[in-house]
Design a protein around this ligand. Sequence first.
Ligand code: SF4
Length: 434
Amino acid sequence: MKFHIETWGCQMNDHDSEKLSGLLVKEGHEPVASAADADLVLLNTCSIREKAVHKVYSELGRLREEKEQKPLLIGVVGCLAQQDKEAIFKRAPHVDIVLGTMAIKQLPKLVGEAAAGRKRVIDTQEYPDNHLFPPEVTQRSSTAKGLVTIIEGCNHACTYCVVPTTRGPERHRPVADVLGEVQGLVQRGYREVELLGQNVNSYAGGCSFAELLDRISEIDGLEWIRFTTSHPMNFTQELAHVLVANSKVAPFLHLPVQSGSDKILRRMGRQYTSAEYLERIAFLGEGRNRLSLSTDFIVGFPDESDEDFEATMRILDQVAFDASFSFVYSPRPGTPALKYKDDIPMRVKSERLARLQARQTELTFQSHRRMIGCVLQARIESHEPTEAGHWMARTGQWQNVHLKAGEDSTLPFGELVSVKITGAGPHFLTAETL
Ligand code: SF4
């Protein structure tokens, strides 16, 4: 069969799609670039916000029309599948397969059953070993950076979040397994890895997360290690030290704060106050200046007053985040926050979001301007120049770089090159090769 996978959501989902693709290729199926050429389409879904769920159902509507024209198997996998289970068949009766996040290794079996004519096959069981996936099966989509899962699930209980339901409690991969996968990636030419987990810094698969970073950094040939996503309460002094002192750990930290108001943080179940968050940032000491810091904000959480929102604006300025991802609160089925009345009018939520994002754009622009004249390393992320003659590259601090090389020069995809920053915009840097 020819198959096509569409992926929504976070890097965990991107990596799950690489695993799903590997499982199908192992069975002799062939990946194709578009749903129009496929016999099997899998939607790897996200349910973190209502908008993401709407997109999935709207794509299912489009696929129903394709299925009326030709034989087509349709599968829904990922967080929405885990959350909605059989209800997906009710809402979209043309779906053939529903596969939960903790059952992805069952994909070939379910595809076989559906291809044999069985209707509405489903597996949303919680297999306890789903975090142990054979790395050699994974079909990687990028040669610049290898994604490596180190934890599945989350033991926190943020009141707005579906992840504890859709991904289950934490399961940690053993250290030797993680080291083996990274070693294998380096042997295949990868120079950068990103360690993944819903709560990556609570890692305890045989050592602390900080120690794991140090041990991975000893692998010869590896240049940068990244990780996402971290919880502030698991951000230790030991981890801050490694982040600042170990040159193989990319100088970038994404540490979601969500709100600057202690009242709202308490209602979100985040387990820290704004002062405790700032203490974690202070662990970085002067190393903070070398690092790029990003965060997540949720705006308009139930009962967020003007004063609470001003506290969020204050923490944005106090930390002077280099980047942030911000969204209006979206009530999710099955989450504890549903008991709160979603009482902030959408107009107010949107105004607050626009204000926060405008201030963030200014801060990002300032942070970019400070880099003009700096010489640093950036990894080439494009195979050829853009129409404007730039090569796309990314710094260790995770900034996009539009890189001007000589007229006929070819820059090696995936390699680190030395660049001098020559200009800055709010969304990217411009640079020249040295
Ligand atoms: S830490 Fe909170 S927001 Fe993050 S995955 Fe766990 S429950 Fe969700």
